[in-house]
Design a protein around this ligand. Sequence first.
Ligand code: PGA
Length: 249
Amino acid sequence: MTMTIYEARDYQDMSKKAANIIAAQIIMKPDAVLGLATGSTPVGAYENLVEGYKKGDLDFSKVTSVNLDEYKGLSGDNDQSYRYFMNTNLFDHVNINKERTFVPNGLEEDSQKACSAYNEIIESVGGIDLQLLGIGGNGHIGFNEPDEVFHAGTHCVDLTESTIQANARFFASMDEVPKQAYTMGIQNIMGAKKILLVASGEGKAKALYDSIYGPITPKVPASVLQLHNDVVIVADEAALSLIKEKGEC
Ligand code: PGA
């Protein structure tokens, strides 16, 4: 296992450091396959990448992207879909070929069909060079929620109550909050050559500590990253607070 932890001062600093790592990947391999993530944490990193593109420092024209997950039942036009998030936070502002940006098809009602199609896409693009991950307060990665087992490939998940509650703020009513999602599985994620996990705020401190120093268990899905040979964690002081308190970094 090689796990490197970079401490950032705050969210801005974390975003800049994470963007620099993604930028380095694109510069070193212009046709890189980026595994991308949604959520509030990566937004600042995407802003920095857009800035890098606007300055002429970054070229996305040969980049391919595969996103971690999508809500089942939401179309890409829905402003709460992850396709919409990616378009508005990154793809619309850089010269990426949208045909080369992939997100699970939330409108496919047949879960098996949606999931196997997505596994095939990941395989057909040659696997992921750099996978960006956020982490849930419960240790989830993508929508791999705490469970009794690790799920290998793309699968349909019933979102946990805490995730549904956390997402509720984005929807007008509880009824509209999606209860299921398609997500890459642990094997898809672990197949990436490099993993970049970003975390900000005290709410992530326990999940981060348990993921890095706790037992490897599907009850803390991110703990499986201990088995990957190239993981970089960029986290701010608050997210690292428990690790520092216990003298681990
Ligand atoms: P957040 O979500 O970035 O909105 O905190 C992270 C995640 O749940 O993966």
